[in-house]
Design a protein around this ligand. Structure first.
Ligand code: F0G
Length: 358
């Protein structure tokens, strides 16, 4: 879509699609308008596009929903924001709270590897009160849901807040605008199951309005140790290296299930090994650095290609939900280590790979 003005952020660009009063001032970091990058090598026999949500201001798709939720919270006179998070929601909530001049209480699971360091750094840098609870994400979310029943002056900005999904549905709008129509398939990682539901809302809205001629089938991808929607049962102790989607009781499970059924889509699980393979491929072969949870979408796409869910030639979009910079430890652990050398041309030439020697 051609615009005669510079990008103004989700609330201003999509105001007519959002349930906000027309005159509320937007709390925005100019989120949205992220690249839809054609994959050069990952698609095989399928045209494949990567929706690079790591290009949002705090490095994840959460900003699309946060701008809408925080805009409404300010308009309604909330005194502080609160959320539970595996990291990205807390980074986004903290930044938008700072933007709004409002305090934020963010609650994350405690423990080694529970939250990627970059996300924690973002939340504390923005001045949020960060609480690490002795429990997992699902327990943290239950606690903050209880908290807001006691404090009407708090705004809960998790995706159980319907305005979060309203904002996140704009990811689907952009995909349609960038491709000219919906793709055959949308492959997306599923944790608390909000984003897949939001994308479906967005595709349905554009279809109903005649802005898209069709709707995609949804491929919801979960990590094998945290796959309640694949296994059809809650997982009390979810396990996966993809900490962003280490969730066993997704709050939007029902919405996600009905979205996938309506789209004639599918949920599938991928192992941590498959996730890391896709994670490395995206960096090394496509030049797109995302976090492990995001790479689950490509791992799921490959699995669906292999098992025949996705047919050759069908067009696909993988949503890469967050940037790789969120989790530098993981990046350094899976890649080749840097080497040391003296500052001479000879030493540097020795560091070239064998194929380039001589
Ligand atoms: N990818 C990333 C990078 C995420 O941070 C999340 C969720 C998801 C995918 C899954 O999205 O929950 O809507 O199904 N992160 C939340 C958080 C839970 O607290 O940052 P979902």
């Amino acid at each position: 879509m051609m615009r005669a003005h510079p990008w103004r952020g989700i609330v201003a660009e999509y105001r007519d699609q959002l349930p906000l009063p027309p005159d509320v001032p937007a709390i925005t970091l100019l989120e949205g308008n992220t690249p839809l990058c054609p994959a050069l090598r990952a698609g095989g026999d399928n045209p494949l596009y990567l929706k690079v949500e790591g290009s949002n201001p705090t490095g994840s798709f959460k900003d699309r929903g946060m701008t809408v939720a925080v805009t409404a919270a300010v308009a309604q006179g909330a005194r502080f924001l609160v959320c539970a998070s595996t990291g990205n929601t807390s980074a986004s909530a903290a930044a938008f709270a700072a933007r709004a001049g409002m305090p934020a209480l963010v609650v994350v699971p405690a423990g080694e590897g529970a939250v990627a360091r970059g996300k924690l750094a973002q939340a504390v840098a923005a001045g949020a009160r960060v609480v690490m609870v002795r429990g997992n994400f699902d327990q943290a979310l239950a606690a903050v849901r209880d908290l807001v029943t006691r404090r009407p002056d708090a705004a809960l900005v998790n995706s159980v807040n319907p305005l979060r999904l309203e904002g996140q549905k704009t990811g689907a709008f952009e995909v349609v605008e960038q491709l000219g129509d919906a793709p055959d398939w949308l492959c997306i990682p599923v944790g608390n199951a909000g984003n897949i539901s939001a994308y479906w809302m967005g595709f349905c809205a554009y279809y109903t309005q005649g802005r898209a001629l069709r709707r995609p089938r949804l491929l919801g991808v979960q990590a094998a140790g945290a796959a309640p929607l694949v296994e059809g049962r809650w997982i009390d102790q979810p396990k996966t290296i993809a900490s962003a989607i280490r969730i066993g009781h997704p709050a939007s499970a029902d919405l996600a299930k009905s979205s996938v059924v309506e789209s004639k889509g599918h949920f599938l699980a991928v192992s941590d090994e498959q996730i890391l393979e896709a994670y490395r491929f995206l960096s090394v072969r496509e030049g797109v650095f995302c976090e492990p949870a995001s790479a689950a979408s490509l791992a799921g796409f490959w699995e669906a290609q292999r098992t025949g869910w996705i047919a050759p030639g069908e067009s696909c979009v993988c949503v890469l939900t967050g940037t790789g910079l969120k989790d530098p430890e993981r990046a350094l652990a899976v890649a080749d280590s840097p080497v040391e050398a003296d500052p001479t041309a000879e030493d540097l030439l020795r560091a070239l790979p064998p194929a380039l020697q001589g």
